[in-house]
Ligand binder design. Structure first.
Ligand code: SAH
Length: 361
């Protein structure tokens, strides 16, 4: 039997567009990131110095450790349930979870009871996670809906930004979906002729040429959290905006630099800003509580980053000291990740505010 010929993602996208016309930005992003044969997250290990980008847990171990201590506090506020699940959406190389579990070790009653659930689509990253977590009892899932209905603490760092967005562009009073077609042999943005019927939140103005982005899977994610019958507390950390607004935020990152999102499908990381206001609004509409968003720098400092840093510094040699200080500065400084990255917590209505949030909004 002949092996099925494999065609490149570029060729399959070209064929698809030639056969059926332009595809939405959503379908383009979905194919680039998650195409089963050659999607960006399916086919490679993108995180770290040798990859395309670096994330907070890879910059400093303190990031995951503080989230571990956050989980301890939330578990206590749930009444210290026996069958607690600590889950992570898009755990990358597993570094955050490994650091969190090390911090949780200081509370043996929790450490010995906790079940770990990792929601990850990439087979390559699942392997890296298994390596990072050693012989810890870990379950892998394709979607949050599959995670058993027990009390749940959920962490998600730079997960939402990787979920595909739809883009709409305002043209003489209507919103038209932005698509990817072919122009002079190259991928190019085009617009759907038909108005989409998009209904925008009332407080948003809408000028011609404005671009508005929606992220359809956020609704499913919130619905899945709201459908759980046991308490849930989730922490979303990502880059994005506090208020819903206009603008094209689709970006490509390759080899630690920005690239053109249409240039090399499947070979660059594609992401778009998270609309935290939309996330919070949907959570509240589903009967959950939302907290924040709070800038990442403020969040980490309030959770005790400096104390933890100083303790690590005491035991460090000069080279390690440099790495620790540069890393924590990068996470908290507003000129780097301290302000662009934000933290939003979502909990069941029965839970008190998780630290360090003063109250629900
Ligand atoms: N949280 C990690 C990695 C961020 S990169 C860190 O901070 O280092 C995004 C992660 O989400 C990767 O692990 C990627 O494989 C995963 N991912 C992307 N889309 C996903 C989806 N739809 N479902 C589950 N995991 C997904």
């Amino acid at each position: 039997m002949l092996a099925k010929a494999t065609i490149s993602l570029v060729d399959s996208l070209r064929q698809r567009i030639a056969n059926h016309g332009p595809i939405s930005v959503y379908d383009y992003m979905q194919a680039c990131l998650a195409d089963p044969a050659s999607g960006y997250y399916i086919a490679r290990q993108p995180i770290g110095k040798s990859g395309d980008f670096i994330t907070a847990p890879e910059i400093s171990q303190i990031f995951g450790e503080l989230l571990g201590l956050w989980a301890v506090n939330v578990w206590q506020s749930m009444g210290e349930p026996d069958n607690i699940v600590l889950a992570e959406l898009g755990p990358g190389r597993g570094t955050l979870m490994a650091d969190a579990l090390r911090a949780i070790k200081s509370v043996p009653q929790l450490h010995k009871r906790i079940s770990i659930a990792l929601i990850e689509t990439s087979p390559i990253l699942r392997e890296a996670q298994a390596d990072a977590l050693g012989n810890f009892d870990v379950g892998w899932f394709d979607a949050i809906e599959e995670v058993p209905d027990a009390p749940l603490i959920l962490l998600a760092n730079e997960f939402l930004d990787a979920l595909p967005v739809r883009q709409y562009i305002r043209r003489s009073g209507g919103w038209h979906e932005r698509c990817v077609g072919i122009d002079q042999g190259a991928f190019a943005y085009v617009e759907s002729d038909q108005a989409s019927g998009l209904d925008l939140p009332a407080e948003l103005a809408d000028d011609d040429d404005a671009i508005f982005e929606t992220r359809p899977s956020v609704a499913n994610l919130i619905a899945a959290l709201a459908a759980r019958t046991k308490p849930v507390a989730a922490l979303f950390i990502d880059y994005g905006h506090e208020r819903s607004g206009f603008g094209d935020t689709l970006q490509a990152v390759r080899g630690h630099g920005f690239a053109d999102p249409l240039e090399a499908p499947g070979e660059a990381d594609l992401s778009a800003h998270v609309d935290f206001a939309d996330l919070a609004r949907r959570a509240r509409a589903a009967g959950l509580k939302s907290f924040g968003p709070m800038p990442q720098g403020e969040f980490l400092l309030k959770l005790g980053l400096e104390m933890r840093r100083d303790r690590l510094l005491q035991a460090a040699n000069p080279e390690q000291r440099q790495t620790i200080v540069t890393g924590t500065d990068r996470l908290t400084d507003r000129r780097v990740m301290g302000e662009l990255f934000k933290v939003l917590a979502i909990t069941s209505s029965t839970l008190p505010p998780p630290p360090p949030f003063p109250e629900a909004n």
